[in-house]
Design a protein around this ligand. Structure first.
Ligand SMILES: [Zn+2]
Ligand SMILES: [Zn+2]
Length: 339
């Protein structure tokens, strides 16, 4: 029997354990991927620790996957064994709900998420529907490609779909797992880029990543500092801190937008008065489709954007997971399989 190895969690709140399973055959419209690298995202912790609606255990998480197709199911068109592919948060659309029929696959009411709807990438192999696949361009390592399926596409598309145009002042709030990518994308897209973070520690890094300006939010009022720079067309809020987000709103230029991607359940505080005069707005943004993951990877390969990753072998998943949870990782933990 051919086997694969997966890191599974047997019950909510449990530890990962490496187990062998029979190598699955991909069904119609699916491919099997030999996983080379799999990023660890904060959302994985939510799936593992709390009984989430629709989750079944044992659970194999992982929605930042990079590898090669090693088997193709019936009826698959356009994908072949050996293709380098990524699978991100977007794990496939249903095709029949109202948003799908309107072509808005990202808003699919039945959106599949790898590691939630089906076994994810903390494994040597996984099976995915072709709707979830993104081509990985040459020149992009698997370990660099993997985090682009969630952290990368979220920041890239948050900026690409924003109101900002070349030369506009764009601020990235937070220089962490999402923000260190956001700063690079903003700079490479041709925006005058501002990084906002707590303290002076992150300034050299932010500048190295391409920031033209740095605001230490503990030393000055970020809204005032943004105003002095002319006001931000967009603030990409990557830090999962609602107070920090609220504190930037008065720094938006007329028609400026606070684009929210950092996940928290705490309320953002804003008054109608702050939004009305200059027509500013606050909007959320979620991830991106498989095609948008592919666009993110292509842009990153061409423009020289790379996530900062720490690699760990699949067998050390518990240590790597703890490192991500504690915030010690700079900035993305990526599990490697040696495949
Ligand atoms: Zn994620
Ligand atoms: Zn749908």
């Amino acid at each position: 029997m051919s086997v694969m190895r997966v890191a599974q969690v047997a019950e909510p709140g449990g530890k990962f354990e490496i187990v062998e399973r029979e190598l699955p055959e991909p069904g119609p419209g699916h491919v099997r991927i030999a996983v080379e690298a799999s990023g660890i995202c904060h959302t994985d912790a939510m799936f593992v620790q709390t009984p989430f609606p629709g989750i079944t255990f044992p659970l194999v998480t992982g929605h930042e996957v990079a590898g090669r197709i090693d088997a193709v199911g019936e009826g698959v068109i356009g994908w072949a064994v050996g293709d380098r592919v990524g699978v991100g948060w977007f794990g496939g659309q249903c095709g029949h709900c109202r948003p799908c029929r309107q072509g808005d696959f990202m808003s699919c009411f039945n959106l599949k998420v790898p590691g939630l709807s089906y076994d994810g990438g903390y494994a040597t192999h996984m099976v995915a529907p072709v709707e979830a696949l993104a081509h990985i361009p040459e020149g992009l390592d698997a370990a660099d490609a993997a985090p682009l399926g969630c952290a990368g596409v979220t920041t890239f598309m948050g900026l690409r779909n924003s109101a900002a145009r070349a030369g506009d002042l764009v601020a990235v709030l937070g220089v962490g797992g999402l923000g260190h990518l956001g700063v690079q994308y903003a700079a490479r897209m041709g925006f005058e880029t501002v990084a906002i973070a707590r303290g002076q520690d992150k300034e050299p890094l932010a500048r190295r990543l391409g920031a033209d300006h740095y605001i230490d939010s503990t030393a000055s009022d970020p809204a005032q500092a943004l105003k002095e720079l002319g006001g931000a067309k967009v603030v990409l809020a990557t830090a999962a801190n609602s107070d920090a987000m609220s504190a930037t709103i008065d720094g938006l230029a007329p028609r400026g937008r606070l684009v929210v991607i950092g996940v928290t359940d705490q309320p953002i505080k804003v008054t109608p008065l702050q939004l009305i005069t200059g027509g500013q707005s606050v909007n959320g943004h979620a991830s991106g489709t498989a095609q948008e993951v592919e666009d993110t990877m292509a842009f990153s390969a061409r423009a020289g954007v790379r996530p900062m990753v720490e690699k760990a072998p699949l067998d050390e998943v518990n240590t790597a997971f703890a490192r991500m949870l504690s915030g010690a990782a700079r900035f993305r933990m990526v599990l490697t399989t040696g495949m």
